[in-house]
Each structure stands twice: as C-alpha cells, then as structure tokens.
Design a protein around this ligand. Structure first.
Ligand SMILES: *Cc1c(COP(=O)(O)O)cnc(C)c1O
Length: 367
C-alpha cells in the first residue's frame, strides 16, 4: 500500500527558495550599515537590466508601485484610457485607476488566457494612451502584434511582467518591448521579500522614474516635482542579487516540471504554449470542466495544494462593478470558472510531481 496523504508532506502551491546565499547577503548589508538605496540597489538594477537586455532598471517597493510609478512617469491621468486584460491580478488595471485614468478591457484568447491582440484595435479611441499587456502565468503575450498596433496608433506599451522574469518572445526578453514592470513578491519566480523593478531603454523615462520614486528629489532636499516614496532597500536588493544567480536554473526546472505534468495529466486541459515564446511557468494552470471545487477538494485530500488565478475577472470585481463596468467578456469569464493552478515550482521533487499526476488523474478517472 502507498502511504496515506497524511503521512506525506503537503505539496504547497508556491515555495520561496531562500538559502545560505540570501542569509549571507543580508548579513553583509546589515554589517555595512548602508540600508537604503545604496550600492546593492545599484548593482541589482544593473544586473536586472542585463537580464532584460535594456539600458535601465529602476528598483521600487513592489510590483504595484512599478506599475503605478510608470503611469505617473508617462503622465497618464484623468481622461486617458489604458487598454488591458480583464483576467489578471487586480493591480494590473488598478494602476490606471490610481492615476485617474480608465482601464478598458479586451477579452482574452481562450487558449492562453492572455489578452487577445486581435481585439485591441476595436477598443482604441482618441483617449487611448497605453496598452498594458500582462504576461500571465509566465507566458509572454503576442508582443509582435501588440507593438505593431502601438506603433501604428502612437501608444505607450507597459508590460506587466510581474509573473514573467526571464520569459522571452521570439527570443527577446519581456520587459524590453515596452516599459517592463516586475514584482518580487515571495511567490514570484524570484523574490526580494517585497519589491519591484521597472525596465526601459528610454533615458529620460528612467531619470523621471528615479526622481518620482524619491520625492522628486534631484539633490538632497531639492525637489523638482511631486514625487513619492517608492524606494527599496539594500537588504532587498542583496536578496535579489542572490536570487538572480539562480533564476535561470529555477526557470528551467519550472519549464521541465510543466512539461512533465503536461505529458501525463489526463481529463483536464493542460496549458497551451503559444509559438515562439519561452513560458517560464510562474503558474501551471489547467482548465477543469465540471466541478472545480470537488476537484480542488480531492487534490487537497491527496496532499496537493492548488489555487485559482483568478476566481473573478477584474470587470466583475465589486470595485469595478461600483465604477459602472458592465462589459461582457465571455472568455475571461469562462477562464475564471475553469482555471486551477497546480504546483510547478522548482522545489518539487520527482515524487511530488508523480503525486500531483496521480492525484489529478485519479479524479479525472472518476468523472
Ligand atoms: C504580483 C502581481 C502584481 C503586483 O505585484 P506586488 O509586488 O504584489 O505589488 C501585479 N501584476 C501581476 C500580474 C502580478 O502577478
């Protein structure tokens, strides 16, 4: 007999990997006494810019702050519209609300759950300033189509790459097409505890971002514009530098885990990999037709953690309902009813992967 699930450890949906490197890096910062916006932050920015193949990276307090600050740096505001996806974490579209602009939703592709680029042009108006694609689950959007539309209509592109560190489209890193926004929250492909970063090739934009994240301050106590406090610390940057060393192998492991699952799962729709993309599997998200709650309960009983990303599309969130949104976006709505994320993180062992497969396939066998 196999051991019962209670004798085996529970497989969590996400697991930040923090080891001796991170501890030593943090201790070195504490011993230096330079805690904020010092050498480690500058080094982390340089290394992250290199990862994305861009000239500048500007570290900030969170992924949400990266999106918000980018909106402010582009002076997007009241009267402006930002075209984005209804199927993401709420911060993706809220950043438009933060600056008084209006998110405009385009439904997603039913296979990838990414914004359907062919639906964007119909939503462009004279008020549109930006397109904000989200590289959901670690899979890049169709950046060829999106950049072509943006160029033709003279629109800003802000990539929400909060789930896609190291992903590429046609070999080009995400965060290098438009202005890239990344998060380092603990569940992401790499973490700094909390944190975020903005990537760009635009010198003037980078300078504006640096001013705005620090009270609009150009020299000590000289303030050029209304700025904010969105800085990050050397402690976080030191953790990030240690994590960056391992991001490549971790992403490879995520991709290998994803492939392993996709080759073996039955009775569910496995993730669709669009062409010419490196999908870094921030999430491994299947589609379940039928009773998703029962399926999730079954997996929990088998010791497999799951999560729903996301149970409500953004236009159905109470906040957006209260703002008058009444869009009908059938693909995003169907995805919200059917998606289920399984563990794919690089801490999974071979036996964890086999337990996930067995747990999924044993439920599918019952239906
Ligand atoms: C995590 C995430 C964010 C926000 O990042 P925080 O660091 O938590 O503020 C924004 N967009 C997406 C798609 C995310 O997954």
């Amino acid at each position: 007999m196999n051991s019962t699930p209670s004798e085996q450890s529970f497989i969590p949906i996400a697991k930040p990997l923090l080891g001796e490197d991170e501890k030593a890096a943090v201790m070195a910062v504490l011993e230096s006494g330079m805690l904020v916006q010092g050498k480690r932050v500058a080094e982390f920015e340089a290394r992250f810019a290199k990862l994305c193949g861009v000239k500048h990276a500007v570290a900030v307090a969170s992924g949400t702050a990266s999106l918000w600050l980018t909106m402010m740096a582009y002076e997007i505001g009241p009267g402006d519209e930002v075209i984005t996806t209804p199927f993401s974490f709420i911060a993706s579209s809220n950043c438009a609300l933060f600056v008084g602009a209006r998110p405009v939703f385009v439904d997603v592709d039913p296979d990838t759950c990414l914004i359907d680029a062919s639906g964007i042009e119909a939503r462009i108006t004279e008020h549109t300033r930006a397109i904000l694609p989200v590289h959901l689950y670690g899979q890049p959007c169709d950046m060829a189509a999106i950049m072509e539309i943006a160029d033709r209509h003279n629109l800003i592109v802000i990539e929400d790459a909060c789930q896609a560190h190291g992903a590429t489209f046609e070999g080009q890193p995400v965060g290098s097409f438009g202005t890239g926004c990344f998060s380092f929250y603990p569940t992401k492909n790499m973490t700094t505890g909390e944190g975020g970063i903005i990537t760009t090739n635009d010198d003037a934009l980078a300078e504006r971002l640096r001013l705005l994240r620090n009270h609009g301050q150009s020299q000590r106590y000289r303030h050029e514009s209304l700025g904010y406090h969105f800085r990050t610390t050397d402690i976080q940057a030191a953790i990030g530098l240690a994590q960056l060393e391992k991001l490549g192998p971790w992403n490879e492991q995520r991709i290998a885990n994803g492939r392993y699952l996709s080759e073996r799962l039955t009775g569910v729709r496995v993730p669709v990999m669009a062409r010419h993309r490196r999908h870094v599997f921030h999430q491994y998200t299947i589609r379940v037709s039928g009773d998703r709650q029962a399926f999730q309960d079954h997996l929990r009983e088998q010791g497999v953690g799951t999560a729903i990303h996301y149970p409500l599309p953004i236009h159905h969130q109470p906040l957006y309902r209260s703002l008058g949104y009444d869009d009908v976006l059938p693909e995003a709505e169907a995805a919200s009813r059917e998606v289920l994320s399984l563990p794919v993180h690089p801490a999974l062992s071979q036996s964890d992967l086999d337990r996930i497969v067995a747990a999924v396939n044993s439920f599918a066998g019952l239906t």
